[in-house]
Design a protein around this ligand. Sequence first.
Ligand SMILES: *[C@@H]1O[C@H](CO)[C@@H](O)[C@H](O)[C@H]1NC(C)=O
Ligand SMILES: *[C@@H]1O[C@H](CO)[C@@H](O)[C@H](O)[C@H]1NC(C)=O
Ligand SMILES: *[C@@H]1O[C@H](CO)[C@@H](O)[C@H](O)[C@H]1NC(C)=O
Ligand SMILES: *[C@@H]1O[C@H](CO)[C@@H](O)[C@H](O)[C@H]1NC(C)=O
Ligand SMILES: *[C@@H]1O[C@H](CO)[C@@H](O)[C@H](O)[C@H]1NC(C)=O
Ligand SMILES: *[C@@H]1O[C@H](CO)[C@@H](O)[C@H](O)[C@H]1NC(C)=O
Ligand SMILES: *[C@@H]1O[C@H](CO)[C@@H](O)[C@H](O)[C@H]1NC(C)=O
Ligand SMILES: *[C@@H]1O[C@H](CO)[C@@H](O)[C@H](O)[C@H]1NC(C)=O
Ligand SMILES: *[C@@H]1O[C@H](CO)[C@@H](O)[C@H](O)[C@H]1NC(C)=O
Ligand SMILES: *[C@@H]1O[C@H](CO)[C@@H](O)[C@H](O)[C@H]1NC(C)=O
Length: 852
Amino acid sequence: MDGTMGFAKFNSCCGCFVSSFLLVLWFCLPSILCLSNSNIITSTQNITDPETMVSPNSIFKLGFFSPENSTNRYVGIWYNNMSELTVVWVANREKPLTDSSGTVMIANNGNLVVLDGQKTVIWSTSASNISQNSSAQLLDSGNLVLQQGISNDGNNTVSGGILWQSFLHPSDTFLPNMKLGTNVKTGEKQLLTAWKDQSNPSIGTFSAAVVPLNIPQVFIWNGSSPYWRSGPWNNRIFLGVPDMQSVYLDGFNLDSDSKVGRAYLSFSFVSDPLFARFVMDPEGKLVEYRWDEENNNWFIKWSAPNTECDIYGNCGPFGSCNALDSPICSCSEGFTPKSTEEWGKGNWSGGCVRRTQLQCERSNSTGEVGKADGFLKVNMMKVPDFADWSAAADIKQCEEQCLSNCSCTAYAFDINIGCMYWSGSLIDMQKFSSGGVDLYIRLAYSEFGRKDSKVIIITTVVIGTAIIGVITYFSWMWTAKLRGRKKMKKNMDLGEVSTDLSDVGMLEDGIMTSKRRELPAFELEDLAKATNYFDTANKLGEGGFGIVYKGTLLDGQEIAVKKLSKSSGQGVEEFKNEVMVISQLQHRNLVRLLGCCIHGEEKMLIYEYMANKSLDAILFDPTKRTLLDWKKRFHIIEGIGRGLLYLHRDSRLKIIHRDLKASNVLLDEELNPKISDFGMARIFGGSQDEANTKRVVGTYGYMSPEYAMEGRFSEKSDVFSFGILLLEIVSGRKNNSFFQEEAPSNLLGHVWKLWSEGTILEMIDPALLEPSIQVEVMTCIHVGLLCVQEFAKDRPTMSSVMSMLSCEIATLPTPKQPGFIQRQITSDTESSSRNHNIFSVNDVSITICQAR
Ligand SMILES: *[C@@H]1O[C@H](CO)[C@@H](O)[C@H](O)[C@H]1NC(C)=O
Ligand SMILES: *[C@@H]1O[C@H](CO)[C@@H](O)[C@H](O)[C@H]1NC(C)=O
Ligand SMILES: *[C@@H]1O[C@H](CO)[C@@H](O)[C@H](O)[C@H]1NC(C)=O
Ligand SMILES: *[C@@H]1O[C@H](CO)[C@@H](O)[C@H](O)[C@H]1NC(C)=O
Ligand SMILES: *[C@@H]1O[C@H](CO)[C@@H](O)[C@H](O)[C@H]1NC(C)=O
Ligand SMILES: *[C@@H]1O[C@H](CO)[C@@H](O)[C@H](O)[C@H]1NC(C)=O
Ligand SMILES: *[C@@H]1O[C@H](CO)[C@@H](O)[C@H](O)[C@H]1NC(C)=O
Ligand SMILES: *[C@@H]1O[C@H](CO)[C@@H](O)[C@H](O)[C@H]1NC(C)=O
Ligand SMILES: *[C@@H]1O[C@H](CO)[C@@H](O)[C@H](O)[C@H]1NC(C)=O
Ligand SMILES: *[C@@H]1O[C@H](CO)[C@@H](O)[C@H](O)[C@H]1NC(C)=O
């Protein structure tokens, strides 16, 4: 049947009576017989060549096809909409139909079968649980499903029990959401098997699958011998695929249970609904194709193997392959070719052998005592095959474990996997030019002072000199820029003094005075006594506009007194502002103002006392920050978010804090965060979304680009600061704690670089490393990056941020480039063209990040 086609054809001349009659006949006859479903095969509804069946949204099509240069007919699934035939699955691979007399139908035993002209079954789903009333449906994912009963809703769902599905019996193509799995215990395995050649779908020599043992890897086999290996999966990437980015960018997911010996790999893309597929091609390459919508064709996104070095074990045991070297194979340091003659001829299969016997072996056999073996570090390596895994907390422990067992020949440490070690020969090592892992190879002690070290020393000196030269040049540049920045800062400070609140569309004075009256007034004398006459021993910190002291009132209540500096006149407006703003706010994540005190020149604010001081005091303290485990940090992030959301949305007024940073977040005894320091907060009228100020106040590193550069601020500039704060909390590093030698120079640049390189987990505070929380941490980083995007319109609002953090929004958009505020920002006082320069400086830094 071909209901849809018939409909289209006759619809074009629907005015004609006969056609209309035929239409009714064509269209309704099957409907009466088979519940009006055109994408389903049932016991009464079959597909005969050249009929086809499409998935509900017409993405995939099932039917009969002939490969290029072949007259054989095969039943397969291909993309419906593409001009060139792109087959993703074939049923009767080994038994082609020689003519167009084939039928796909449900057999009497309930299986989906392909019959030839003689009604002989040439292919069957061979499902063991037989149900007479089964039906087959093609889903939009490309999955052909044989199910119990008849699902007649025409939707992309399966209602009955699944008896068989093509996703578990793949041909050569791996589609999104398909599961490529292996279960050692049950022997179940999904194998991608290449076609013999482009015009013959029968099973070729190459195949690919996931191997779950020890640490899961993907393999390509040529017949039964390994041909390529992905390297171990570290929960984000395959360590042997240096151009892989991250879970987020590559869309891979691998579920495994190595104890049971089960693992399955799948991929899907969060952001765009693009077509992507991996194909095991007849030449032995695993190729990832992506659909290019603009040019309407497939392009190759990735493939492997690409070089001779990618071929499994190309350089033999202990041999290391480097595609950029000539010859490509060399023996690892401390090893020598097993047969120099064969090696010279380019026959590397024999590999290499140790030059000096390991001390642990010698002492075992002869009792000889000598210096313990050591490990040679080789960086950017594809780690050898047959990795074992051991529980070791860190690399030091990993080394100790390896050293203590003589059969351990190498180890490596990956934060996501932990300790990997190898016994016996090291097979399939490759040196990458980027990415890879540091591999530590065991050598006898005497190997470490050999002549080769001379070469190493010379190269070190040469490279060292070059690096020092470059650094000197850059620090000179930096210093020049820093000088410029200092100048600007000075200018800004002056600006702060001279402005008043009226420039931002402030509140009516009425509210201000009435509210202020409600606030308890403290006597200076009481406060002086409470703080032991403002004894420096009671100093808690020095905030934006004054010093904060701890005090104890006569009734025992602990308070924090912020004494605004009287020398600079600048505090007056901030004082009024803070009193006014904060006295109207009540939220458990905002610090509570208990009262104020005005005594001549002296102005003071009295807050509730926070036992754990400010967040920065704990977070950036190397010892104290270990107190903040992930749960606490997440609690703090959420709390700050809630406080900010309240300011932006839930309070009666819309308030922009403008100076959110770690030192303005206070922690009570239970480490509940409370936002403080409203000295710079601005209140927006109901419909106001953005304001402009000539006077940029705030803290470098937390300011959004549009605010720092153009003085524009909105709730999105607070979102930016929140993003920075979030990234600081996750990483345990201050945004501006990066040294000049470190490029990029701030946390944001650093995070973006890691994100682009797919090594984002490196930014996580080592104190937090725990695989179980990884997903949550990743979500947080992702949200943080969304908050710091360069353009305010791209940043989420605080309410979406909160939804994202609580996982109510499952699929997060991909973050765009963050707004970089480099430390070398120069003065913006001169002209607007200068502003332009600043942005291009940013662009440059971004480019550098990606290139590295
Ligand atoms: C397929 O179905 C049609 C009618 O729907 C029927 O005439 C035909 O015999 C069926 N083919 C097979 C092989 O059963
Ligand atoms: C298929 O092509 C038609 C027109 O060529 C287009 O309208 C439709 O959106 C396409 N469908 C898909 C799933 O791409
Ligand atoms: C089909 O045959 C033509 C002519 O022999 C050849 O150029 C083309 O490459 C072949 N295509 C495939 C897929 O083998
Ligand atoms: C198939 O049969 C097995 C036992 O033979 C049973 O456990 C399973 O539930 C059956 N599956 C379906 C879909 O009926
Ligand atoms: C198949 O479906 C028919 C009607 O839909 C029903 O009468 C019959 O019992 C079903 N048979 C089985 C084995 O489920
Ligand atoms: C099928 O989809 C339609 C609309 O697309 C919906 O109304 C209906 O409830 C769906 N049926 C099932 C069983 O999901
Ligand atoms: C695959 O293996 C066969 C037989 O061992 C060999 O002849 C062939 O060259 C291999 N193919 C590749 C691409 O290495
Ligand atoms: C390569 O060398 C190995 C021993 O190292 C030898 O057994 C093998 O025959 C050699 N192969 C060729 C093609 O020379
Ligand atoms: C070391 O000695 C033990 C027993 O003393 C023996 O079993 C083992 O094989 C020896 N190992 C090596 C590498 O010689
Ligand atoms: C050393 O490592 C080998 C290989 O992993 C293992 O079989 C053996 O039990 C280990 N020996 C000790 C003493 O841990």
